[in-house]
Design a protein around this ligand. Sequence first.
Ligand code: 9D3
Length: 231
Amino acid sequence: MMREGVLGRALERGLVCVGVHDLRDFSTDRHRTVDDVSYGGGPGMVLKADPFFGALSAIRRQHGVPDAVVLLSPQGRRFCHEEATKLSRLSHVALLCGRYEGVDERVRERLATDEISIGDYVLSGGELPAAVVVDSVARLVPGVVGDQRSVAQDSFVRGLLDHPHFTRPAEVESESVPEVLVSGHHGEIRRWRKQEALKRTLERRPDLLEGAALDDEEREILRELRNDGTD
Ligand code: 9D3
């Protein structure tokens, strides 16, 4: 997955580097066991601490001490763009993935510097969340995304959802492109996009508006949208 697209090109160009380590390679028995029953009983297996300590030692030996060791877990704080930005400024981040019912608490206590969840839904392990973190962080590394304007315009940077996008042909299934976009009036186009972005954000993600950095025009449009019908 990571070898495709923007991240794939970044890996090829050496702008970012991702290493994957199999915990089983750091197990200490001939069955390559990485899990065990839970102290205190209960269903489900728990990932043993030892393979994590072994893996981290190998990583430190090969690449030096990481600047952050992030445990992906449902108990972590919610991953967000700001978090991605912080991680993108570090040169070496280790991501620890859990499986089964959980990870031995000593991993959290002794190895992790951060604990992150990607959202309130249950996955079967931390590997997909780790890939999500890698993708979002890599995009923020200078040079990875060709046009830095795309990065700057991203919804969660601005605190607004995107406006609608259209490309050719002008008509699809009898649906035509909004007139304003083909009018050539750049001022009107800018205002329309702001209005659509604000409309969507107000409807779908009003929580984002709390932290949004709005300009004067956007604040005025928002006032209009909120008053719609009342004056
Ligand atoms: C029964 C309690 N569950 C915890 C909420 C058990 C459990 C569910 C899923 C234990 C581990 C997992 C595996 N998930 C992850 O490791 C995980 C995860 C996720 O499931 N959702 C969102 N983000 C993440 S980051 C790591």
